[in-house]
Design a protein around this ligand. Structure first.
Ligand SMILES: Cc1cc2nc3c(=O)[nH]c(=O)nc-3n(C[C@H](O)[C@H](O)[C@H](O)COP(=O)(O)OP(=O)(O)OC[C@H]3O[C@@H](n4cnc5c(N)ncnc54)[C@H](O)[C@@H]3O)c2cc1C
Length: 400
């Protein structure tokens, strides 16, 4: 295969699939390597705020997603300390950023399926399932990308390689082996329940964030509002990699056993019968993202705490900027490609670092207890939902 205009993407997650579509839309040929034999849902739900949905709409995914995604109309901040809602952030048409793109909440399987279907229909994208990125060498003609498919080893020439292979990235390890994900001391528990399992008054088309002492809970509808996605975050020491370890619901129930947790929150926790847990790791924001014609994207570059609901959003934004920078390269020569990737990293890093800091701060605010939690609730009430959502405009208003 000729290197000319062919870009290899390692990883067919949300970031890798979006990048392949964005690159193909800019006239590149793309080969996506995915080590899994089948693309499966990892985690249950994902929030796609307008900065991310805008990119997906521009790539033609609206019709594939509209039927399955729910347009969230509000984010409710609920306080265990104050025993109820302290602010409701409107996400409707008049909200900054939400005027031209939806705030979607969607099952990851639906998002993955929509992206994959779009990729499969594109003549310039080849998706190689069961094919793992193994090694890469740079030379005068570009890159040689080495892959393994079972017992078979294969190598191809490429103009560039994009490491979209997630938090435990092999591409990042190849470039910067000293850069290791760090355990945050927090464990996320996730599960889904049938919307009909909850009394009508608890059902909502919005996102609910329950802030409690040393823990928080996020709930929102997915799958055309037939299911509710629940994520609970608590401190812990269990820190194995992976997304889908089976969790014992009793452990979570005892972590949130305080009678202060309102019955609505406890009812949701009790109603889930298949809990999965995963330790939350982050990639430090001090690391490099590029080397020559190789760049990192999404969690491989900047896995963050999920408390700004922007990890996938930042991967999607990365994809759009990366494709633009590569399309603007003056030539297909090595120096021009390296310069384009450096431009991509320069443009993205300050914004992503700000989002990473915001996510960390949100987590600390959510987990306050005692008088500090009461002071938080008073401050949130005083600011009010409309002004709180206006403060998010720098995230939601982003355009590629
Ligand atoms: C609890 C929780 C809730 C979240 N909620 C939100 C949210 O509401 N909104 C939001 O925007 N984000 C959210 N996120 C973050 C979001 O899920 C991630 O940031 C996003 O999925 C990262 O996408 P990615 O493509 O970079 O990596 P991944 O989705 O991890 O994809 C990496 C892919 O690479 C493949 N791979 C790995 N190694 C290789 C290899 N050597 N060769 C080939 N393929 C390989 C993997 O199999 C995988 O398919 C949440 C995260 C958590 C933990």
């Amino acid at each position: 295969m000729a290197a000319s205009r062919t870009i290899f993407v390692a990883g067919a997650g949300i970031g890798g699939l979006t990048a392949s579509l964005a690159l193909a839309a800019r006239g590149f040929r793309v080969v996506v390597l995915e080590k899994a034999e089948r693309l499966e849902e990892i985690g249950a739900g994902v929030q796609l705020s307008p900065n991310a949905s805008r990119v997906l709409v521009a790539l033609g995914l609206q019709s594939r997603l509209a039927a399955r995604a729910v347009n969230a109309d509000t984010i409710s901040l609920m306080s265990v300390q104050s025993n109820g809602e302290v602010a409701r952030l409107p996400l409707g048409q008049s909200t900054a950023g939400c005027d031209s793109a939806p705030y979607w909440v969607v099952h990851r399987a639906d998002l993955q399926a929509a992206l994959q279907a779009e990729v499969k229909e594109h003549h310039d994208i080849e998706l190689r399932l069961g094919c793992q990125f193994e090694d890469v060498a740079a030379h005068a003609k570009g890159l040689t990308v080495v892959q393994r498919n079972g017992m078979r080893r294969q190598q191809d020439l490429a103009l560039a390689l994009i490491g979209a292979d997630g938090i435990w990235s092999a591409v990042r390890h190849h470039l910067f082996p000293e850069l290791q994900p760090q355990f945050s001391g927090l464990i996320a528990w996730r599960g889904t329940l049938d919307a009909t399992q909850l009394p009508r008054e608890y059902a909502s088309r919005g996102v609910q964030v329950w802030m409690g002492p040393n823990a928080h809970l996020v709930a929102y509808p997915i799958s055309g509002a037939r299911q509710i996605n629940i994520v609970a975050v608590v401190p812990g020491t269990w820190n194995r990699p992976g997304w889908s370890a089976v969790g014992d619901g009793n452990e979570l129930r005892s972590a949130l056993a305080s009678p202060k947790w309102p019955s609505a929150a406890r009812m949701m926790i009790t109603a889930v019968d298949d809990w999965r847990r995963f330790a939350l790791f982050t990639v430090p924001d001090s690391g490099e993202w590029t080397q020559g014609a190789i760049a990192l994207l999404g969690d491989s570059a900047h896995a963050m705490l999920p408390f700004a609901a922007q990890g996938a959003g930042m991967a999607i934004e990365d994809a759009a900027v990366l494709a633009r920078c590569l399309a603007e390269a003056q030539s297909d020569g090595g120096p021009a490609i390296s310069a384009a990737l450096e431009r991509y990293a320069r443009e993205r890093r300050p914004r992503v670092a700000r989002v990473q800091r915001t996510a960390k701060r949100n987590g600390m605010i959510y987990h306050l207890s005692g008088p500090a939690a009461l002071a938080r609730d008073v401050a949130i009430k005083a600011i009010g939902g409309s002004r709180l959502v206006a403060r998010q405009a720098w995230i939601y208003n982003w355009r590629p």
